[in-house]
Ligand binder design. Structure first.
Ligand code: ADP
Length: 267
């Protein structure tokens, strides 16, 4: 590391972050970014009151700033590095290319090397400080961004990856590619979360299975990976996310939030 200043700087930043967790999914729209933000909130609001940061490496489709209510906030350049915006109330640091764009609707059309350089800078130049968790939201599929973030964290003890899927077969079969990617790059898989698993009745909180269920659990068994739990479709969570609010604090007893709390307690 001594001969490579980037590597050394990354190691200095990452040494004081206890757990670095990648959140992955095979397809888009399975609720991966929502789950990333809920995990961050769950860890931060839970009994452990963990110090949490979120890094969004979805360069072309950053949705974390909106989900976490920092959409209008800018990254500040300081002598300690980039100061990421913080979520209202929880002080969760949120780093995303979305916060670097002047207009949120501008497309980012960058090729691999430019994305890679950006991701390395996010890890290296952000003033993360001492943290318990860094939750890293990745784009769907297996792409340049995955290779870049995994390469950046090499030798920095990444804790591993959490894979988000829905209960249906199609999503589950695509997830197998994520599992292979992690295995090939020696990233430990912490477990699988099945999202959009059943529907919470807004009147009585009863959960009804609407899709074929248990795809995530079966996949976990097949690959001998821990099954971390199911999160139902909970309109309270969806609405909070859309408005950049913390669903975990606003609806602490709904089935979706109880599911998140039980997942973070077992992490
Ligand atoms: P992805 O990151 O996989 O593309 P998103 O996290 O952006 O997916 O989620 C897609 C949509 O589904 C969002 O509108 C989000 O609010 C909603 N959503 C995700 N998970 C849930 C859930 N458990 N309950 C209710 N709505 C959800």
């Amino acid at each position: 590391a001594a001969g490579n200043p980037d590597k050394r700087d990354i190691e200095i930043r990452m040494k004081v972050i206890k757990h670095k967790i990648l959140v992955m999914s095979g397809k888009g729209g399975v609720g991966k970014s929502t789950v990333s933000s809920l995990l961050a909130y769950g860890l931060s609001c839970g009994s452990g009151k963990q110090k949490v940061s979120v890094l969004d490496v979805d360069i072309c489709g950053p949705s974390i700033p909106k989900l976490m209510g920092v959409e209008s906030k800018q990254i500040i350049n300081s002598e300690y590095g980039w100061m990421p915006p913080k979520t209202p109330n929880h002080e969760i640091k949120v780093m995303s290319v979305g916060s670097l764009l002047n207009t949120p609707d501008s497309p980012v059309v960058w090729k691999g090397p430019r994305k890679e350089a950006m991701i390395r800078r996010f890890v290296k130049d952000t003033f993360w400080g001492k943290q318990d968790y860094l939750i890293i939201d990745t784009p769907p599929g297996t792409s340049d961004e995955h290779l870049s973030i995994i390469a950046s964290l090499k030798n920095c003890n990444p804790s591993g990856a959490i894979i988000v899927t829905t209960p249906q077969d199609l999503s589950v079969s695509i997830v197998k590619k994520e599992i292979k990617l992690c295995q090939e790059l020696h990233v430990p898989i912490l477990g699988i979360i099945e999202n959009l698993s059943g529907y919470v009745c807004p009147c009585c909180d009863e959960v009804t299975e609407i899709f074929k269920s248990d795809g995530g659990r079966k996949l976990a068994e097949q690959y001998n990976i821990p099954f971390l739990g199911k999160i139902p479709i909970d309109t309270n969570l969806g609405r909070c996310s859309e408005n950049g609010k913390c669903g975990v604090c606003e609806h602490p007893t709904t089935p979706g939030v109880l599911a998140i709390q039980s997942i973070v307690e077992n992490l």
